[in-house]
Design a protein around this ligand. Structure first.
Ligand code: PLP
Length: 400
């Protein structure tokens, strides 16, 4: 078929692809342990589900305003005030069908063909295609494990050109779990203001942080940077609500208005029922979140320790989110049954077929030599999966 050039350059999300392959192996009766999940393995808290059921019973099942109901916008405004000391008006908030949809609308409303968008790597898989679909050019900046997988002010300054429109910042980060300290954000903000670019701050993992890490939104540093920041957020990760599809954007009213127009000509409002549930998630009891984070914390400690105990693996200790991003580069270039495992995809494929363990190749995130493992799975699976990985690696031949 003669498909559009736009979709021809598009490939499906690789994280979803590996989950699908693991699922099909499982359907054949194989005992596959998946570290591929990009979502919490907990159920949505009961009080949130109840709010949705009540919305249905009350007949709250029709179109709502395109950009979300006022009650939800107010709950979002209250969240920013309470958690980040940020002050927004209703016309600065847009509710969309997930954080991903928020980013898509944002890219379509903000980027033009000649624009460059700075994306630090390792990055979330969807950033480059979302920017490209809007005609913009992703400018990938590699960050190193030694520097905590964070873009430095010097690196940022170096890549900014007259065509730079925005920097995409994701803290805590998927896939590395790296999170920016206040001082680091201040140094980046200085350059963003000097060069008059925008910063798109993806704060979806704000609440999933460990040890004594204190989350700072770059928008909260001062008024000037707040005006240059567009926050993308959502309820998916914090409240185990990935299927409900509620995300939101906070930013300049003019941009929000344009994004709302776009949404009015595409999806219209996010699901009415899910919006009511999101009100409850943001305004109701937050204890379930603390309990989930506590469990993630324990699993993080377990998986990081187990990985670092494996010969030839070094694993960065994530400050947030629910992924680890170990370096397995010493295992590349080995052979198995005459086949050279030359990159992270080969290695992931080897581990899936040989050990029945699914993980996501680092190349998908712009970081060859790494693999992403989600710890949104039980400690039992973590223990069992790590033993299998260790065993499978021990069977690999020497470097060629
Ligand atoms: C999961 C995720 C999102 C958005 O998820 P939605 O389910 O669409 O709300 C956005 N950014 C990152 C980095 C994510 O991991």
């Amino acid at each position: 078929m003669d498909l559009s050039a736009r979709v021809c350059q598009l490939s499906p999300s690789p994280t979803l692809a590996i989950t699908a392959k693991a699922a099909s192996m499982r359907a054949k009766g194989l005992d596959v342990i998946s570290f591929g999940a990009g979502e919490p393995d907990f159920d949505t808290p009961g009080h949130i589900k109840k709010a949705a059921i009540q919305a249905i019973d009350n007949g709250f099942t029709k179109y709502t305003p395109v950009g979300g109901i006022e009650e939800l916008k107010d709950a979002i405004i209250e969240k920013f005030k309470r958690d980040n000391g940020l002050h927004y008006e209703r016309q600065q908030i847009l509710v969309s069908c997930g954080g991903k949809h928020a980013l898509y609308n944002l890219a379509q409303a903000l980027f033009d063909t000649a624009d460059e968008v700075i994306i630090p790597a390792p990055y979330w898989v969807s950033y480059p295609p979302i920017a490209e679909l809007a005609g913009a050019t992703p400018v990938i900046v590699k960050t190193s494990e030694e520097e905590g997988f964070k873009i430095s002010p010097d690196q940022l300054r170096e890549v900014i050109t007259a065509r730079t429109k925005a920097l995409i910042l994701n803290s805590p980060c998927n896939p590395t779990g790296a999170a920016y300290e206040r001082e680091e954000l201040e140094a980046l903000a200085e350059i963003i203001l000097e060069k008059q670019i925008y910063v798109i701050s993806d704060e979806i993992y704000e609440k999933i942080v460990f040890d004594d890490f204190r989350f700072t939104s770059i928008a909260s540093l001062d008024k000037a940077i707040a005006e240059r920041t567009i926050i993308v957020h959502g309820v998916s990760k914090t409240y185990a609500m990935t299927g409900w599809r509620i995300g939101y954007t906070a930013g300049p009213a003019e941009l929000i208005k344009a994004m709302t127009s776009l949404q009015s000509q595409s999806t219209s409002n996010p699901t009415s029922i899910a919006q009511k549930a999101a009100v409850e998630a943001l305004s109701g009891p937050q204890q379930p979140v603390r309990e989930m984070v506590q469990v993630f914390h324990e699993r993080r400690d377990l998986i990081v320790n187990r990985l670092n105990a494996v010969e030839g693996i070094s694993c960065f200790n994530p400050q947030g989110a629910f992924y680890v991003f170990p370096n397995l580069s010493t295992w590349l270039g080995r052979t198995h049954e005459g086949r050279n495992l030359s990159n992270s995809l080969d290695l992931a494929d080897y581990l899936l077929t040989k050990a029945n363990v699914a993980l996501v190749p680092g190349a998908s995130f712009g970081a060859e030599g790494y693999e992403r493992l989600s710890f949104a799975t039980s400690t039992e699976n973590i223990e069992k999966g790590l033993s299998r990985i260790e065993e499978a690696l021990s069977h690999l031949g020497q470097h060629q």
